[in-house]
Design a protein around this ligand. Structure first.
Ligand SMILES: Cc1cc2nc3c(=O)[nH]c(=O)nc-3n(C[C@H](O)[C@H](O)[C@H](O)COP(=O)(O)OP(=O)(O)OC[C@H]3O[C@@H](n4cnc5c(N)ncnc54)[C@H](O)[C@@H]3O)c2cc1C
Length: 365
């Protein structure tokens, strides 16, 4: 979110300073693990769809600027029981926004996409625009474009404190002090340590990704295997075709439900982490059930309702908070950059961001 924001300020000719506590880019942020799912069918809420339509456009524009492919369309499978949150929510977003989609039975999915082995009691919504973005490369592309447009970016400099009054924001870091007309806070899982008002309402959560060697690699190629989001008795799995690094990639929302502090998260992958994800592979993707190739830890930053916070700070109009992306935010980075810069420069956005109000989490007394 920070790299997209810095880029958008610079693209509009604004003077902008980006601050990152680690390296630029780094391997500790929430975007690591090569790829992130992007989809229009949005079980989470139909309000996300207009933002997604703009996000797709902006990813394509960034891809042209970067001169490398960043967005891959594979089609997307949302699977669950007919009455599940995933299926009902996916259908609602497709119907409200007239998105192309088709219902598929488990047999249809297993026949058309033989990497899948859905049980008979599941159905699926297939939406042809689903796919993935190259998250780590997208961050680099936004950073390079921001630097080309005149942004200043400081790595290894941690924001320690801020205060705002009279149209000016004063920021203290571990290296110095700055004054600016506006501050945009995009600190991901570190939000509870940075923004006092969100300390108890945004919770960092440890997650694990796993790449497995498919037994039938041809079933898991881009073009043959759509990305998925699957609600089953074990929880909600999501996954990707093989791309860019070896292996079929799978994760599970909320993994082992481990709330953590961002600075002290356990980044070692344990046998118990592997067991959670191998169970999903074995049951639903048996042709991918070869040896584990790689695993990776990263963090969600969850709000209680799992909707984002994108808003002007209730106590300071020129401080914008973009946080709490609750495990589904990456696909929106490109459009969040536009929204937060609109909020910082003109105080409003044309998008409906009511769902993302900060005061729903920090009610005024
Ligand atoms: C396993 C996993 C799978 C996911 N899958 C998907 C998916 O398929 N699709 C999708 O759309 N989303 C997905 N997400 C969610 C998505 O990756 C996040 O929502 C997104 O990366 C959040 O971006 P962010 O900028 O808020 O946080 P981050 O990407 O963590 O960036 C925050 C940055 O701020 C820096 N920072 C923190 N504190 C300070 C400070 N005090 N001073 C200076 N710098 C600071 C950090 O070092 C970090 O670099 C997934 C997340 C995980 C962990």
């Amino acid at each position: 979110m920070g790299s997209a924001t810095v880029y958008e300020f610079a693209r509009r000719g604004r003077r902008v300073l980006g601050l990152e506590q680690f390296d630029v880019p780094n391997a500790l942020a929430a975007y690591v693990g090569v790829t992130r799912i992007i989809r229009l069918a949005y079980s989470e809420h139909p309000s996300y769809v207009p933002l997604l339509l703009r996000a797709y456009e902006l990813w394509r524009a960034l891809e042209s600027a970067a001169g490398e492919p960043l967005l891959f369309i594979t089609g997307g499978v949302d699977a669950g029981s007919e009455s599940s949150w995933t299926i009902q929510g996916s259908l609602r977003s497709c119907n409200e926004h007239a998105l192309a989609h088709r219902m598929m039975s488990a047999d249809d999915v297993n026949r058309e996409f033989p990497g899948y082995r859905l049980p008979q009691d599941l159905v699926a919504v297939y939406q042809p625009d689903g796919g993935f973005v190259m998250s780590e490369r997208c961050v680099v592309a936004h950073l390079n474009a921001a630097l080309s447009a005149g942004a200043e970016i400081h790595g290894r400099e941690r924001l320690m404190d801020w205060d705002a009054s009279g149209g000016t924001v004063r920021v203290t870091t571990d290296r110095g002090r700055y004054e600016a007309g506006a501050l945009v806070l995009t600190v991901g899982p570190w939000t509870p340590g940075v923004e006092r008002q969100l300390r108890s309402s945004i919770v960092a959560e440890r997650q694990v990704l796993l790449w497995a060697q498919p037994r039938r690699p041809e079933y898991f190629e881009v073009g043959r295997f759509p990305i998925f989001n699957m609600e089953v008795p074990e929880g909600r799995f999501y996954g990707f075709p093989v791309h860019s690094v070896p292996g079929f990639k799978i994760g599970k929302y909320h993994h082992r439900r481990e709330a953590v502090q961002a600075d002290s998260v356990d980044r070692t992958c344990h046998p118990a982490d592997e067991a959670v994800l191998r169970e999903g592979i074995r049951r639903y993707f048996p042709e991918a059930d070869g040896p584990t190739l790689a695993m990776k830890v990263c963090m969600f930053a969850n709000t209680p309702d799992e909707h984002f916070v994108i808003d002007r700070h209730p106590a300071a109009e020129n401080v914008i908070v973009a946080a709490g992306f609750s495990g589904h935010g990456f696909k929106f980075c490109s459009v969040v950059g536009e929204i937060v810069v609109d909020l910082a420069t003109r105080g409003s956005t044309d998008f409906d961001v009511e769902l993302f109000r900060m005061d729903r989490l920090t009610p005024r007394s």
